[in-house]
Every structure is written in structure tokens, then in C-alpha cells.
Write a protein that binds this ligand. Sequence first.
Ligand code: SF4
Ligand code: SF4
Length: 500
Amino acid sequence: MVVSSGQQSAAGTTPASTGESASEVTVAEASRSRQGTGHFDGYHPPSAARLDQCVHCGFCLPSCPTYVLWGQESDSPRGRIDLMKGALEGRLPLDRDFLSHIDACLGCMGCLTACPSGVRYDEVVEATRQQLERQVTRTLADRLLRRFVFSLFPYPNRVRAAALAGKLARSGGAAGRMLASERAARLAPRLSSMAALMPQCSTRDMFRRLPRRARPQGEPRMKVGLMAGCVARVFFSPVNAAAIEALTSEGCEVVVASGQGCCGALSFHSGRHEQGVELAKSMVDAWEGTGIDRLVIDAAGCGSTVKDYGRLLEGDPEYAARAAALAAKAVDVTELLADLPPRATRHPLPLRVAYHDACHLAHAQGVRRQPRELLEQIPGVELLPVAESDLCCGSAGIYNIVQPEPAAALGRRKAAAITAAGPDLVATANPGCLMQISRHMAQPIPVVHPVELVAASIAGRNPWSLEERRSLEERRSPDARAAGGRPADGAPGQPSSATD
Ligand code: SF4
Ligand code: SF4
């Protein structure tokens, strides 16, 4: 059923009953007061000029995971652009059918780099998602799940509490077995998928505190900030610690600003524009006055959003210029390290490594060369080619929670392609990909962030050697062995951060 903003109001829904924040209500009012086009309201509709750039050539089709899975035009970039044009011209209503095709899009941006006409699919799909969030009423189950997800993930303390609860449930046996059962997967596939994705990380890592400031080794080269992330700082604190270790070894002073929370990426990518804007503003505030030269990010999805802050906040007189200034400093950790002539000695890591391109690094940020170069600087590392390296692994922010079936199909496909390459280890620069690939690997092959390899090489340790892994296997729980993921409490494999 299509419900316009006006109809919602007439139906008597209130901010309290819908869970809308005050700022969301302001947007709803603004959208009603502005002249819309076709079925889109006047607040950030997709640009007609952008949509008209599509010449229907179809070059994007093989790069689109949903088209590859289903072969349906309406689940391809070209088909989705046609849907948007139909709504813009008033031919197609914004209803649940329309919503299903936009919801099925992973936002992987495979089409962005495949398109020879320069169609900015990222901008038009983000604008369309905002409109759908305002104008289409989702099913009750969908609304509840999304409300839960968006009141949990952007808030690190809540993520930590949920992670602890998940850990207790797993160690308690019955609850963990129930969540992992086939019956649970049938009855509540999305909750079951969320539980299965939760990485096995140690309690120590969940509560690891990063230093406010870490001194550079040798002559200082620059002062950088490290964005700790919201989910990442809980589940992937060893990655943050490894980034600090590598950056300080290369002569960077590292600042971890207090008060930094979520960058807003998950919200922006899901059409929750107002929540994203509020989170982005807090991030801008957190870094002001720190005097950093660059803002280093080790999560690809976050990096692509922060680099886009200038556009995302462009209409805000108080924040537009400040957001653009922070965006100009944003850099992926692999970009920064690859472009700094290496100063710290790299010790050998004799490993065959399959590097997986995270979509929001390769497609959204255009960063492909630097992580590979960084890995190739490590003596002994052999990079292996992986088939379909451009295709999304199915992680895509919250996609593997809200769309578990296609996400699992893509996860299995990616895991099979990686396994066929025969690596000792998988490296990828995004926490979501780390979780998704770990979950779907049939063999217990470690999945790590490239910066963990760099830090380990500089420190002269190899927690992924056969001997270390054998001794680790003996110390790991059966659950962790099944996940094939990260080491348990106190085990090697955690970069021994000098800054802890
Ligand atoms: S973003 Fe990814 S899933 Fe969405 S249309 Fe483009 S290629 Fe397909
Ligand atoms: S490649 Fe670009 S122009 Fe061609 S169909 Fe896809 S989106 Fe349209």
C-alpha cells in the first residue's frame, strides 16, 4: 500500500507511535511543504538529469549481484533506474513492489564503476531510499527489525552489550544452539542470520580501549586521526590496534578523538538520511580542534561515507564547510600506508593471500591498487587472483540481516571462489566483508584486514603460520573452530598493541 506523507498524517500516526525522531518529523514537514515531482516529494528526490544519463547499454548487468543471481531486469541497475524514472514521471507508484526491488539492491556500487556513461547510481539510489522510507509503510516485522537494528548498531555501548549477551547465550549452550538451529533459521531467518554473523571475539577485545594519542616512532611525518567505528571498535578492535601499530611504526602520530561515534554510513545507505546527518555532525564535532592532517579509516563502508560528507551535509549552513573539510582529510588506512614510502622493516610472512576487494573500497572509493601494493611490500606474501573479484560478497551493511537469502547465496559464491584460489589466508579491508566471508568459508581459513598483516610483518610475528595455527586450534573453543574466524581470548593473532 502506498501511503503518502499527507496520508500518514491523516491516519493519525504520531512521532511517538512511529518511533520517528524530531528531526525526521521536520523532514516530513519539509517534504510536504515542497513541491514534489511525480510520486517523489520535494525533499531530496533523485535527480532527473542523473537518471537521464542512463542510455540502457546494459554494461552494468554482469557486475550486478542481484541480476547475476536472478536475471530479472527490475533487479538490475538499469531496471532500478527505470523504476525511479517511472516514479519521477508519475507512471509508477511508490509501493511495496517498488520497495522490494530497491531493498534487494546491495548498494555495492558494482554498477557505478561498470557504467561507461557515468551514471551516479549511488546518488540516485540513496535519494530514492529516503523517499521510500518516508512514503511506503513496511510490514510490521520489517519495521520492528529495522528499528532494532538502527537503535543498536550506531551506538557502540549498545553493540557491546548485545555482543556480551550473544557470547553468554553461546556459552550457555541451549540458547546458542537454538539460535543456530535450522528451525530458528526457518522461523526467524533474519534474527538467526544476525546471530550467525556475530564474530567470535574475546571479551578483552570488546572492551579494549584505544589510546587517545599514540606517539610516532622516529622522526614524525604527520598527525593522523583514527576513526574507531561503532561496530568495528567492539568486534574488530584488533584491526584498530593494528592500524595504530602500523601508523606509529611509519612515523605517524595517531589521535583517537573522544566523543566520536558512528559515522552514519549504515543510516545513509538505508535511506535514514536524518539519522545519518545527526551522526555525521557529531563526527565533525568530534574531530574539530584535534589538528589532524588526515583522518584514517579502516572500514571501507565508513570511508566512502565520510569522504562524501561534503555532499551529504551541503545544505546545512552550520556544517557544510566543516563537513567538506573533514571529508577532504579522510583516507583509507591502506591508501595512506601505501603512499608513504615504507620506513619500518617488513619481516617475511610466507603466506598465500587471497585479497577480496570490499565494494565500498574498490567501487565507491576507487581504491584497488594500494591494498595490493601494501601486501606486496611484505616479503613472502604471494597474492592470488580470485575469480569474480568485482562481485559483492553479500555483506553490504545490514543487507545480510535484512535480506539473508540472497546475502547467503552471494556469501557462498564468494567463499567458493576464494577457496578455489587455495589461499592460506584471506585479506579484506571492511569489517562487514570480514564477518560475511568468515561465516561462509567451508574451511577454517583466517580472514583478516590487510593492516593486520602489515603490523604483524613490521613486528616480526606470524600468528597465521601453520605452527601458530595448530597451537591456536588446540586452545580454541569448538564454536570458534567452526567459525574459522578470529582467535579466542588471549590467543595469538591479536596484534599486541603497544598502545593498549
Ligand atoms: S548497487 Fe550493486 S546490487 Fe545495486 S544495482 Fe548496482 S550493482 Fe546491482
Ligand atoms: S551501464 Fe550505465 S548507462 Fe549502461 S545501462 Fe547500466 S547504468 Fe545505464
